[in-house]
Design a protein around this ligand. Structure first.
Ligand code: NAD
Length: 434
């Protein structure tokens, strides 16, 4: 179906969906959560087939849909409840909320269930119709999300699948939609922002990151190394909030690197359908060249490859050995450009101030974290970081209860939390004189 055809269907269906009582939409989304739970293993296998995510991590992603459903069905009625903000007997002032209408949801492949439902659930609950273009790299997962929403009771014209690649996305953005909710790269996000410029519609862009962590001089090294290696390599480093840069205080630098490399060398690389596998193939073969270029650039500028640093050519598909680069500085590509693969740069710092300056020295602003035993030190440092999410002794983490937002090249707007619900509606101010 053409983008125009999909839009026409959704535009015709949207008012009826918005007019249904909220409880009906809540019941439908609850049923969707139940269906995802019922089919978790089948859906996880599809996701692993689609993009090579190790099967245990695919199951984890599916298990994360239920808490999103629980959060939104509870929070949407609360956040959207009309409120009277003034009543003096003669003049009443009230705030209400109305859906945007028809929204386009253009999605990334790396966490298709998360980034999809982060938008789709609040958009549908608040009464919008959704035109959903999944990434071309996860077509069957896109179909599965659509089938289960329909099976749960979302009318077929209220949630319309628009399959295809960049051309299908560009055609969708050309339709007279009331909002565009995009998750993907900065380069595409920028193109979409330019395409909708001047149309005065809601635009939400959840883009990439170059997320830094600072390991201070007072940490428990082994747990910090284990946590950060997982944050850097989970999903093969293909997460928007993967740990992408680590700065370590000079007092613990060598000991931390040793512990970190030991964890990374223990990761099992193999068939993504095997339960023991931690790292599978990359979803995009083109990324191999990006990773190779980052390694070569770092080495040319004086860094050291402590483990990995090369493709794994002994198997079909796009494989890169888990790679740790030390002596990394902000002059190197590996500390500046999104790696989106199993490569991490580690640099040394002499002070908290130096760490803050280096962490903020980036075009992005998605997440940043500090590992220390001292909560007050962490809070002071995190307050100085120009990011949407701040982590103390944790990383690579998203909560449905909290707003998820990027600054600068990491995007505009927010999903999740109350902010992610308000993103799907427009306020109406009621001025009522008795
Ligand atoms: P991408 O930008 O290549 O593609 C994203 C989507 O946009 C796909 O569906 C694609 O078909 C579509 N598209 C491509 N060109 C288009 C155009 N001109 N007009 C409209 N649509 C178009 O990104 P990707 O490779 O799918 O995802 C990886 C990126 O997403 C990384 O940068 C990652 O950090 C980011 N990401 C961000 C978040 C977040 O919440 N901030 C979450 C996941 C991924």
């Amino acid at each position: 179906m053409s983008a125009a055809g999909a839009f026409a269907r959704a535009a015709a269906a949207a008012p009826g969906w918005a007019a249904r009582p909220l409880e009906e939409r809540v019941a439908i989304i609850r049923r969707f959560g139940d269906l995802v739970e019922r089919d978790r293993d089948r859906l996880a296998a599809i996701l692993t087939d689609d993009m090579g995510k190790p099967i245990t991590q695919s199951r984890n992603e599916l298990a994360g849909v239920g808490p999103r459903v629980d959060y939104f069905v509870d929070a949407v009625p609360r956040v959207l409840r009309p409120t009277t903000v003034h009543d003096d007997g003669e003049l009443v002032e009230q705030v209400g909320y109305e859906p945007l209408g028809v929204v386009a949801n253009i999605s990334a492949w790396n966490y298709p269930w998360f980034v999809g439902t982060n938008v789709q659930l609040p958009a549908l609950l608040t009464g919008n119709a959704v035109l959903y273009k999944p990434s071309e790299l996860v077509p069957r997962t896109g179909e599965a999300i659509t089938e289960l929403l329909h099976a749960a009771g979302v009318p077929e014209d209220v949630f319309v699948l628009v399959p295809g690649g960049p051309g299908a996305g560009a055609a969708l953005v050309e339709q007279p939609v009331d909002g565009v909710f995009f998750t993907g790269s900065y380069a595409t996000g920028r193109r979409i922002a330019e395409a909708v410029a001047g149309r005065m519609i809601r635009l939400q862009l959840e883009l990439g990151g170059k997320d830094p962590i600072y390991v201070t001089d007072d940490v428990d090294l082994e747990p910090a190394a284990a946590s950060l290696a997982d944050g850097a390599f989970y999903n093969n480093g293909q997460s928007c909030c993967s740990v992408e840069r680590i700065y370590v205080h000079e007092a613990v630098y060598e000991a931390f690197v040793e512990a970190f490399v030991a964890v990374v060398e223990g990761f099992v690389v193999g068939d993504p359908h095997d339960e023991r596998t931690y790292l599978g193939p990359l979803a995009r073969p083109e990324q191999l060249e990006v990773l190779e270029a980052q390694v070569a650039d770092a080495v040319a500028k004086g860094a050291v490859v402590r483990t990995g640093g090369h493709r794994l050519a002994d198997r079909p598909g796009a494989w890169f050995a888990p790679t740790v680069i030390t002596g990394a500085t902000n002059e190197m590509l590996v500390m500046r450009e999104e790696s989106f693969g199993p490569v991490i740069g580690i640099g040394v710092v002499a002070s908290d101030d130096e760490a803050v300056a280096l962490m903020n020295d980036t075009d992005y602003g998605l997440t940043a974290g500090v590992y220390t035993r001292d909560e007050q030190r962490a809070r002071r440092l995190l307050a100085r970081l120009d990011v949407g999410s701040a982590y103390w002794n944790c990383c690579d983490r998203v909560s449905p209860r909290l707003p998820w937002s990027g600054r600068h090249h990491s995007g505009i707007g927010a999903t999740l939390g109350a902010a992610g619900i308000l993103a799907c509606v427009q306020p109406k101010a009621w001025h009522l004189r008795r």
